[in-house]
Ligand binder design. Structure first.
Ligand code: ADP
Length: 475
């Protein structure tokens, strides 16, 4: 049985997640899990992180300390797991090391097996560490089985359980036989499975949504959207059944890390006062890096995981080429992910010609330089639970052009802090893109006002961390 302690004044939270900055990052999940604990500290919450010691993480460089080790059964084999602890930039990490499941990067390999193993090992590790959490906070489906299993225990005999949905599209579907191979009981995943070809397929996220004490998602608007068939990805009925325990809390960003004034990865750091000259230097540096001519044209950037979610398909190359003749602009796409989309992105820039480039890569330093160099930042997503890139863009003085969906709708005001289009269509996107060009060329004063409004927005956790703290205290 898990250790339980009466709630002390400081609430203790153990966050369980697949990725977390600065140790491993694929997308915004890592930014959020990595920056929330520091913000919660100010709210009297002690949050620690439990995650796999992925093969890409150097325990030596982190000066991680071996705490203990234990065995779990997985796929009929005894697997040894080592618990390391490390303090990184003031945050306390528990890192689970195992050579068979965690030797690769975050999502390389069989993710169902990897994260079922993570959850089995995490449940065991929680009994082995001296930190006794009042709450376990699971992020996305990778940690959902922890909630499903622990949620079967009477509330008085277990910690409070929170599931956060960062992206509902990824739910974790596994064969019930595989679930059993990692020591999970199908009975702990009630009303979460379907039958397919004589197999029982369990939905890990659905089980956690049904079992968690509270469910959060990462923006107020997305919390409403996921109750509909359009955005619910099949879980809208289950989510509606938990509506009174579902809350949307807007993500923040680490404004100390994402700060153009102190960002030493930039060609030249700059502040609100010298934003124009600062961005010019960064633009020149980026254009030189991409071997593009510095013609003082508006620069549009797209940085994302190349996934269907991100709306790359709306960038109609023919329409953009036509616009480029009328109102010259430059464009750079940076991302990696699904192979057909990597190809699509490369084709778009080839079709536009010398004023466009695509780089298929994940490159944090380059991303920061692109935020700093750009005039406009494109986020034409099909859906967007919160989206961090538009906030980072505003912080770096790049005007976001976004679709009115999810957290983008909560964070960008059309004509005030950015440009917003409604319908998920190329025509709507291109019309908005043209508006951006006309604004830049014909109404620079308004462009400057929009840029300045974005620069002055506060995207820190100051508004949202107290909401998490209040929620923790309610459970
Ligand atoms: P998601 O979590 O859906 O990927 P978010 O907007 O929440 O999207 O967060 C994306 C994060 O990942 C941002 O910090 C963004 O700058 C970063 N990012 C995405 N793609 C790349 C890339 N190719 N290189 C560097 N950083 C990237």
């Amino acid at each position: 049985m898990l250790k339980i302690k009466k709630q002390s004044k400081k609430v203790k939270v153990l966050m369980c997640a697949a990725e977390c900055v600065p140790l491993a990052k694929v997308g915004g999940l890592a930014d959020v899990v990595g920056s929330l604990p520091a913000a919660l500290k100010k709210e009297g919450v002690v949050a620690r992180i439990l995650m796999p010691a992925h093969g890409t993480i150097s325990l030596k460089r982190l000066k991680a300390r071996l705490l203990s080790d234990f065995y779990v059964m997985a796929r009929g084999k005894k697997e040894r797991v080592y618990i390391y602890e490390a303090s990184v930039a003031g945050t306390h990490f528990y890192l689970l090391k195992n050579k068979n499941y965690f030797s690769e990067d975050v999502y390389i390999g069989d993710n169902a097996a990897k994260y079922l193993f993570f959850c089995r090992a995490a449940i065991e590790a929680i009994k082995n560490i001296s930190f006794v959490p009042d709450l376990i906070h699971a992020h996305d489906f990778h940690a959902a089985p922890i909630i499903a299993e622990l949620g079967s225990v009477n509330r008085k005999k277990r910690p409070g359980l929170i599931q956060t949905i960062h992206n509902l599209r990824h739910q974790g579907h596994v064969d019930a036989e595989v679930l059993a191979q990692f020591g999970f009981l199908l009975s702990d995943f009630p009303n979460s499975s379907t039958s397919k070809n004589n197999k029982t397929i369990v939905n890990l996220l659905a089980a956690s949504i049904l079992r968690a004490d509270k469910i959060t998602t990462v923006s107020p608007n997305y919390a409403k959207e996921i109750l509909t068939a359009e955005y619910g990805y099949g879980l809208e009925t289950i989510l509606r059944s938990r509506k009174k325990d579902l809350v949307g809390i807007l993500n923040g960003i680490d404004v100390n890390d994402f700060n153009p004034q102190t960002d030493d990865r930039l060609a030249q750091p700059y502040g609100v006062k010298n934003v124009k000259s600062g961005k010019e230097v960064n633009k020149d540096a980026v254009l030189a890096y991409f071997k593009m001519t510095a013609n003082d044209l508006p620069l549009f950037i797209f940085i994302a995981r190349f996934s269907g979610q991100k709306g790359l398909e709306l960038l109609n190359a023919k329409a953009l080429s036509d616009l480029n003749r009328q109102y010259p602009f430059q464009m750079i796409l940076l991302g990696s992910g699904e192979k057909p989309l990597e190809k699509l992105a490369s084709n778009i820039s080839v079709d536009i010609g010398d004023n466009a480039r695509t780089l298929v890569a994940f490159d944090e330093t380059l991303a920061r330089n692109l935020y700093a160099a750009s005039d406009y930042f494109l986020v034409p997503s099909l859906f967007e639970p919160c989206g961090l890139t538009q906030m980072i863009a505003m912080r770096y003085g790049s005007v976001p052009l976004v679709r009115a969906t999810g957290g983008l709708k909560d964070t960008v005001r059309d004509g005030r802090t950015g440009l917003v289009f409604e319908s998920y269509s190329s025509a709507a996107f291109i019309a908005s893109f043209k508006k951006a060009l006309v604004l830049y060329y014909k109404n620079k004063k308004k462009f400057d006002r929009i840029q300045a409004s974005g620069l002055h927005k506060d995207w820190s956790w100051d508004a949202s961390a107290p909401l998490y703290a209040a929620l923790y205290k309610k459970i």
